[in-house]
Design a protein around this ligand. Structure first.
Ligand code: GDP
Length: 454
């Protein structure tokens, strides 16, 4: 069994700090530093109060738990010490554990061991990281459903079925007396079509899954005094950007992350987009342009207008900036002061047009509803069926392509060896998704993105 690893699994600065151990000596190492308060030995899986002794000194009175193998997260013996969160106590305890033979765990090493010991497949292991990083309850729900293994099983079952198909084809190739016509072509074609469609559907969910996991870049644009800063503050619920009525005061970009239900927006309050001779302000305008370009391509553009006044040339410049964006919403702000122009003036250029008052904080729902609908995050599949990373999306694409090619070859009456090579390619690709045949460097790369202690 591998060397015992130890790491602090909680973020520094909390009231409690949890040190985790995994490996053959986890139980022995725990017993070397921890003594249950009532005497006697540790009871498996029971959190127990006691003393933590390092170099002959009691340094904490923590809770500790011992998990004998194999029913543990990693499949190895494990232990946890729930200390008080003092960095001095935690460092001293870890140092003592290292002196006793443990070594510092690398990023994601606990989960990597769980994967290597067959406790979860690679797809579920990646969901663990998504769960740790989830920024909305919906992102957490998607990750925890994936962790539950429903989709992993689906991939494993499909891979087994495809391996079975390969065997059938190879039998025909090896024993040429058996004609390919002996194979149930229609049934095989249906299996290939259905599988390709399901995998394609999952791949298509990647855009939404990515938005769910990473959030969307969001640029709030509009001419000076349209109410961008006021809107940002209203959305954030507190005063973050400076609000004044002197034109051009929002000179810098201010980044905030904001959650609206399932939607996480990486907000950028941009300097007023307008032509200017002021060199400082021009830097702000350039930054605003870059923020808008990112939001146009990958996220959402919120264009704010002073809805109480007729549209100006500056507003038309803003419309130009938003035109052609992947997702865009026009906000007719200052609805409390009446309407200076009709919504139809903006409708052709925006995905949605809403009216609200940022100052009075009324009508904000119309904006959040439009944004949620636009990103397709209003209704999420309950089975964890949103794919959240590019590697998985790429594998799904390649697998579906290979299956479609195999189906087409079958339909065109090609020889079994031509059909089987595409199915084998699909089997190989799917193995990369579950980890059944993932390359070691890819596995290394995946776990390198985890935090230490998970
Ligand atoms: P920005 O330059 O686009 O960021 O505009 P600000 O957010 O600084 O707002 C400019 C002025 O418009 C400020 O005096 C705000 O109080 C005012 N303002 C913003 N939103 C509204 C609104 O919904 N109604 C009214 N009556 N005034 C608003």
């Amino acid at each position: 069994m591998s060397q015992t690893i130890a790491a602090l699994s909680t973020a520094p600065g909390g009231a409690i700090g949890i040190i985790r151990l995994s490996g053959a000596d986890a139980g022995a190492l725990l017993r070397a530093v921890f003594t249950p308060a009532g005497g006697g030995d540790l009871v498996p899986r029971m959190l127990t109060y006691g003393t933590l002794t390092v170099r002959g000194r009691v340094i904490d009175r923590p809770m500790a738990v011992w998990f004998p193998a194999p029913a543990t997260y990693t499949g190895e013996p494990m232990a946890e010490i729930h200390c008080h969160g003092s960095s001095a106590v935690l460092t001293e305890t870890l140092t003592a554990l290292f002196a006793l033979g443990a070594r510092q765990a690398g990023p994601g090493e606990f989960t990597r061991r769980a994967f290597l010991n067959g406790k979860l497949d690679l797809f579920a292991a990646e969901a663990v990281n998504d769960l740790v990083c989830a920024r909305s309850p919906q992102a957490a729900a998607n990750a925890v459903a994936q962790l539950g293994g429903h989709i992993s099983h689906e991939f494993t079952d499909l891979r087994q079925r495809l391996i079975g198909l390969c065997a059938q084809f190879l039998a025909v190739i090896d024993y040429p007396d058996e004609d390919i016509d002996d194979l149930p072509r229609d049934e095989i074609a249906r299996t290939l079509t259905d599988a390709a469609a399901r995998l394609d559907g999952l791949r298509e969910s990647y855009e939404r899954g990515r938005a769910l996991r990473e959030g969307l870049p969001c640029a709030i644009i509009g001419r000076p005094n349209a109410g961008k800063s006021t809107l940002l503050n209203a959305l954030l619920g507190y005063d973050r950007a400076i609000v004044t009525d002197i034109a051009g005061t929002t000179r810098d970009t201010v980044e905030e992350t904001m959650r609206l239900g399932a939607l996480v927006l990486r907000l950028q309050d941009t300097a007023g987009l307008r032509q200017t001779d002021d060199p400082v302000e021009r830097i702000g305008v350039e930054r605003a342009m870059a923020a808008v370009a990112d939001a146009r391509e990958n996220g959402v553009v919120i264009a704010v207008f002073d809805g109480a006044k007729p549209l100006t040339d500056e507003d038309r410049f803003v419309i130009e900036q938003a035109r052609g964006a992947r997702r865009s919403v026009a906000v007719r702000n200052k609805a409390d002061l009446g309407a200076g122009f009709a919504p139809e003036a903006l409708e052709p250029d925006f995905g949605a047009v809403v009216a609200l008052s940022a100052k009075a904080r009324t009508g904000l729902d119309s904006l959040t509803n439009a944004l949620t609908a636009m990103t397709g995050l209003a209704d999420l599949p309950a089975d964890g069926g949103l794919i959240t990373n590019a590697r998985q999306a790429d594998i799904l694409y390649r697998t579906a392509q290979a299956l479609t090619r195999a189906r087409d070859m079958l339909a065109a009456g090609m020889t079994p060896d031509a059909v089987v090579s595409d199915i084998e390619e699909a089997v190989e690709a799917l193995g990369g998704l579950t980890g059944a045949s993932a390359r070691e460097d890819i596995v290394d790369h995946i776990f390198a993105n985890f935090c230490v202690g998970k």
